[in-house]
Design a protein around this ligand. Sequence first.
Ligand code: BTN
Length: 265
Amino acid sequence: MLHSLYSHLSPDYPWKALIEYYPTIGSTNDHLKALARQGAPHGTACIAGHQTGGHGRLGRSFHSPEGMGVYLSFLIRPDCAPTELMHLTCAAAAAMCDAVENACGLRPGIKWTNDLVFGRRKLGGILTELGLSPHGTVDYAIIGIGINCRQQEQDFPEEIRSMAGSLDMVTGKKNDPGKLAAAMLEALCRMDETLLTGKSAMLEAYRRNCITIGQEISLLRGDDIRRGTALSVDQEGALVVRFSDGRVEAVNSGEVSIRGMYGYI
Ligand code: BTN
């Protein structure tokens, strides 16, 4: 993977010396967070061949078997307040659609807020985590991305088999995790260039790729389930929903299921 990554990485990529590769690690996000606290510079990336404790949103685990996917975390240190990074997950998701398209020739969709999907299957996910300075500004932001590449259906644990997918499954060809990792780093680099100045354009790109908009959804928060229609994604990356009682609200927490996907009928 590493050899292929370096061979595909553009000579213009500015942070080549800051790529750290681990054959096996607990979680690239957790490791990069520890490095960030020790002062690792903007542009540091951790990539693993295998994660034993990969995790995602809502405390869920992210299945990260050896050689099957790209497990990558990227560190940025933007000089801003945390409220200026509300769109970070959306910006990263749109960047990952570009990366997958560039490396594999297929553009995934985004299921709000952080799932990369194709058809009814989840191809990967994004977990962003912020660390704050004592003054309350952003000290670091970590963008963790996992993308399933080489799996066939039987390679996924039974409990996610009907909803998970890989790039090999949806393209019908063999995809190269190293090439994809290079495209991901380049897309993150481009995203970083306009992260604070190009927010509207990034959210517009996110909306164009977001398959949740226009769908019937259910919102699960604790034991409470509400149904409605997803109308849009607002300037902060929140999902604007018209609920069945007629109220329109911007949702930025809880779990949103789309009717017809991941077992919601
Ligand atoms: C999700 O599906 O909710 C997000 C999954 C994010 C997984 C990636 S894999 C690389 C990085 N390390 C982690 O532990 N998580 C992210």
